[in-house]
Design a protein around this ligand. Structure first.
Ligand code: SF4
Ligand code: SF4
Length: 216
């Protein structure tokens, strides 16, 4: 369950009702999230929540100031900024990773990440006895799954060859994080990411797992 309104859910449902499902991406093998070894690399660039998510997060920042202070989140400056593409993103703060990271990734972290690399929006959800992804942006809890919407809509786990966010000098994102990189010793994506697929299925009113299994 998520806070998302019926309006937002309907919009997502309509947009992705017939979106392609990248079966080969979900049958490739991956490894489970290991926050301790990874140090939260998926959060290094911050994130760009949907407008409605940003609005709710901003409300929580005001309402739950004491909580965010208590988990060490620095809200002395606005936690969102508008980038050159006019997108509202979470602010990044310097962070030195002590594990090897791809050379095109920066030593930064989302302002909402705590000192143990945990998402404080997820922590807030739990502190309020809500499901853990209640306040966590969709793109964050889906990682490494991506809802591609440039041209043809497709639900995928981008690999090095087909990452929509790749550009000259920036070869991509998901496949360069530990859970989005192919892991021959791991499990198929539809197994590793069963929880994410179930939540996404509920949001889109589809049974993505059944669709994948039917295609095997
Ligand atoms: S990049 Fe993947 S493995 Fe690392 S913390 Fe994020 S979800 Fe977990
Ligand atoms: S909102 Fe949470 S999960 Fe998303 S980038 Fe920031 S700290 Fe990471």
């Amino acid at each position: 369950m998520l806070f998302l309104s019926d309006y937002f859910r309907n919009r997502l449902r309509i947009e992705y009702a017939s979106a392609g499902l990248d079966i080969p991406a979900f049958t490739r093998r991956y490894s489970l999230c290991n926050l301790k070894d990874c140090q939260g690399l998926c959060c290094h660039e911050g994130c760009e929540p949907y407008e409605e998510e940003t609005k709710v997060i901003k409300e929580q920042i005001i309402k739950q100031r004491v909580f965010f202070n208590s988990v060490g989140i620095d809200l002395s400056e606005p936690p969102f900024y508008v980038n050159e593409d006019n997108e509202e993103r979470t602010r990044k703060v310097p962070y030195t990773y002590t594990v090897p990271i791809p050379s095109h990734f920066s030593h930064t972290a989302c302002v909402f990440r705590d000192a143990k690399n945990r998402c404080s929006l997820q922590m807030l959800s739990l502190a309020e006895d809500k499901p853990s992804w209640w306040y966590k942006p969709l793109a964050c809890w889906l990682h490494p799954i991506v809802l591609e919407n440039h041209g043809e809509k497709i639900i995928t786990i981008p690999d090095i060859e087909n990452d929509d966010c790749a550009e000259p000098g920036y070869p991509g994102f998901s496949a360069f994080t530990p859970c989005g990189a192919e892991a021959p010793e791991g499990e198929p994506g539809y197994v590793i990411l069963a929880h994410e697929l179930a939540m996404l299925s509920e949001l889109l009113d589809r049974d993505l797992l059944a669709e994948i299994k039917a295609a095997l």
